[in-house]
Design a protein around this ligand. Structure first.
Ligand code: SAH
Length: 228
């Protein structure tokens, strides 16, 4: 049996490529993410009552990686990239069915000219197809006593510094508000692949229409340059 789904909406986000996207939602709440509902769901009736909820579950398709198949065992970044766990014990994007699930803050519901949900802190690529939206119900779903397996707390954060050059470029940009904060939140997550520690290397992360170049040395990420 197969089941075909159509997207109910599409994500607009500052994350234009996978590299640099936080590995879970809420790690970078300065990201301005919008979920645009598609016809015939882009009518106010479909979201009536939703604005009263502070958080929503977003079910989406890992559309950019879905061609890559899956393996029974995966290496989660949180385990350093060496130890393996079962695919169903992980949040890996490479799954039998390429479905993602993110709990995100619902900042606003806008119903003028279609329907848009403003989300804060989503870990979603620009263009991600969304297959469902559900309100988060704290009494049933918040479980402070739950054990988190190999993910026992938030990941360690890097310190982020700006070079004089990058600061000067930042001052001249017509960037969205919170752009500098977003850069800091994204780099603090340490976007490098788990096994990589090359202090001489320069990385680039795409945020909005900018390419942010940075290096990492001794747990400090330094913003070197911002290219348009
Ligand atoms: N919270 C989700 C996602 C966890 S994996 C879940 O638990 O199901 C998070 C990673 O998904 C991010 O680091 C990003 O690189 C990746 N991602 C986000 N949107 C994607 C998309 N449309 N296609 C492929 N990968 C995506």
């Amino acid at each position: 049996m197969t089941y075909a789904f159509e997207p109910v909406g599409v994500i607009r986000s500052p994350y234009r490529e996978k590299f640099g996207i936080p590995r879970q939602p809420s790690l970078a709440n300065a990201a301005r993410v919008t979920l645009e509902l598609l016809p015939p769901y882009n009518q106010p009736d479909c979201v009536r009552g939703l604005a009263a909820f502070s958080h929503v579950w977003i079910s989406f398709i890992f559309h950019q990686t879905m061609g890559r198949g899956w393996q029974p065992l995966v290496r989660p970044p949180r385990l350093g990239g060496n130890a393996k766990v079962g695919v169903f014990a992980s949040r890996s994007t490479h799954r039998p069915n390429p479905l993602g699930l993110s709990l995100v803050e619902l900042a606003a519901v806008e119903c003028d000219h279609g329907v848009r949900l403003r989300l804060a802190g989503a870990d979603l690529l620009d263009g991600t197809p969304v297959v469902d939206i559900k309100p988060y119900i704290p009494f049933a779903e918040a479980r402070p006593e739950a054990s988190g397996g190999f993910v026992s707390g938030p990941p360690p954060q890097l310190r982020v510094e700006w070079s004089a050059n990058a600061l000067q470029q930042l001052a001249g940009l017509d960037a969205p508000p919170d752009f500098a904060l977003l850069v800091e939140q994204v780099l603090a997550q340490d976007p490098r692949p788990a096994y990589q520690d090359d202090p001489g290397r320069i990385y680039g992360v795409s945020l909005y229409c900018y390419n942010v170049r940075f290096g990492i040395r001794e747990e400090i990420a330094t913003v070197l340059e911002i290219l348009e």
